[in-house]
Design a protein around this ligand. Sequence first.
Ligand SMILES: Cc1cc2nc3c(=O)[nH]c(=O)nc-3n(C[C@H](O)[C@H](O)[C@H](O)COP(=O)(O)OP(=O)(O)OC[C@H]3O[C@@H](n4cnc5c(N)ncnc54)[C@H](O)[C@@H]3O)c2cc1C
Length: 297
Amino acid sequence: MNDVIIIGGSFAGLAAALQLGRARRKVTVLDTGLPRNRFADHSHGVLGHDHKPPSDILAEARQQLARYPAIKLVNARADSISGTLDNFSVLTGDGESLGARRLILSYGVADQMPAVPGFAEGWGTSIIPCPYCDGFEVADQHWGLVWFRPQSHIQVKLFQHWTDRLTVFADGHDIAPDIRADLAHRNIPIVDGRITGIARHGGHSATVKLDTGPDVAVDILFAHPPTEPSASLHDSLGLATVDTPLGIVLKVDERRETSMPGIYAAGDLATPGLPSVTTASWQGAMAGIFAQQSMLV
Ligand SMILES: Cc1cc2nc3c(=O)[nH]c(=O)nc-3n(C[C@H](O)[C@H](O)[C@H](O)COP(=O)(O)OP(=O)(O)OC[C@H]3O[C@@H](n4cnc5c(N)ncnc54)[C@H](O)[C@@H]3O)c2cc1C
């Protein structure tokens, strides 16, 4: 019997494993090797690892975890979970049944690519979600923002710290007159019409094709596709979720425990806003520590 099974062995899951391994708890980490930022060449804003490929950061972390004999890293998918506090079962894609006293869910979320030709191909290089992740590298260049909700207005204000050359693509969304007036005041053009395709060029740059009007070239395009949890294991147990503008995430308390005693969650799967490697690592470490403390006698 494991003390803890961690489902999802990326930034959040490995950070949880590190704390548990150091506390000499028996841990199995199940992972399918598809971290959310695998499309990006570099990861930014991660202290001590800035501008490294995400796969290098994770490989280094796995290497460091090899010091801890109680941590087992398994390349397998968790297919189902069942049980209750002190007696959980996880069935893997390889047909193995594993037991644990606690579970940590850190299987992340998946970005749902729109059916726009070229979008998926450009994701992570010419189409990116977050200025903190990649904005510095393209500062002062011509940015595009695909509008997706009124809160995009906040992004416009945020982006102006990186560039004063921004074009907003309405992509079929209604932009309220007062927001249009504010964008005009900021000298930010709005391109109406729906995006019908995105052609990626070298580096970050892209050409946005529209159903009305001419193509527009940008040096980088920001977009926020909706997300879905990368697995539905939480559904089978009826764990409470929180609705966010981009998709659902798991509800956790201040100890990172979900609505079911003994099941903890960390990382993008349980982050209602501003997901990042740093946030995932912090939450994973906390989930590991609180899971460990919950087993004290
Ligand atoms: C294009 C892009 C660029 C980004 N750039 C940055 C950046 O520069 N800096 C930054 O801080 N953040 C960046 N992010 C955000 C960052 O990728 C996420 O915040 C971070 O990966 C979240 O870590 P996580 O451990 O919660 O989830 P993930 O990294 O998504 O890992 C989840 C893991 O769970 C595994 N898994 C899924 N289902 C199962 C299952 N059933 N069984 C077992 N394993 C499973 C997956 O294979 C994966 O390995 C970027 C995101 C994107 C989309």
